[in-house]
Design a protein around this ligand. Sequence first.
Ligand SMILES: Nc1ncnc2c1ncn2[C@@H]1O[C@H](COP(=O)(O)OP(=O)(O)OP(=O)(O)O)[C@@H](O)[C@H]1O
Ligand SMILES: [Mg+2]
Length: 266
Amino acid sequence: MELKIERVPTGVSELDRLLSGGIPKNFVVAVTGEPGTGKTILLLHFIAKGLELGEKCIYVTTEESRESIMRQAAQFKWDFRSAIEEGKLAIIDALLRPSEDEFSLKHLDVEELVEKVIQIKRKFGYGHSRLAIDSMSAFWLDKPAMARKYSYFIKKVLNPWNFTTMLTSQYAITTSEAFGFGIEHIADGIIRFRRSIRGGKLRRYLVIEKMRQTPHDLHLWEIEIIDGIGLKLIRPAIERVEDIALPYSVRSKIEEAKRKSEKELP
Ligand SMILES: Nc1ncnc2c1ncn2[C@@H]1O[C@H](COP(=O)(O)OP(=O)(O)OP(=O)(O)O)[C@@H](O)[C@H]1O
Ligand SMILES: [Mg+2]
């Protein structure tokens, strides 16, 4: 049995470095976070990198139309339209779901999704392929309790088909009960995006929360999305008080010692 782990580059080179080279091949990685934080853009990187390496790719879009995904990709200089025409990329449109289109879903249904993915993969043939599903949450919108079961089903059924997969799941405070938890336990890895306002400016962050079989970086990284380039890691985020706070009993002892020493000053 081969024990060396083959890794798949994400397309964001700094992120690959933090992952000891990339995502272990055939993993299912959940990408979660609040709206507008960079999930879709990371998935586009992942697909663009696959195309660059000559791998066949499938992108499932439930939040935006196929056209919208192609336009967003073009802003980072990735020509998805040509890749589709050359049979290297399939974008399954699950938003507009044009019924005459062989690459669309008729219903937002996990079984139909998996069937469609396998049908395309059969055409692609053997060899490693990349699969991006953006987002999984859409498939259990009206039945959040099914999140875990559906995620498990997808992972299990697609397992023999030699994909490395990135799935997004939306996560917001108001919807935390409905989304997020289904995927996260079945996923082999979790990349979480976050955002905050600091110095009057929106800042975005990323942290690798989980990656099985990987000695990965544990920092929260500030990121930027740059026109024409895509996602860049800038620096490890400045530690926040909440992150570094010591237990209250320890803190009060330190405070007391400080007061004493200040009193002793001449
Ligand atoms: N060409 C561009 N140049 C710079 N920034 C861009 C560009 N295109 C998009 N962005 C930024 O990226 C953000 C969208 O990121 P993305 O679509 O990856 O978010 P998301 O996490 O997928 O959000 P959602 O959960 O709503 O789908 C935009 O709000 C914008 O700030
Ligand atoms: Mg998105």
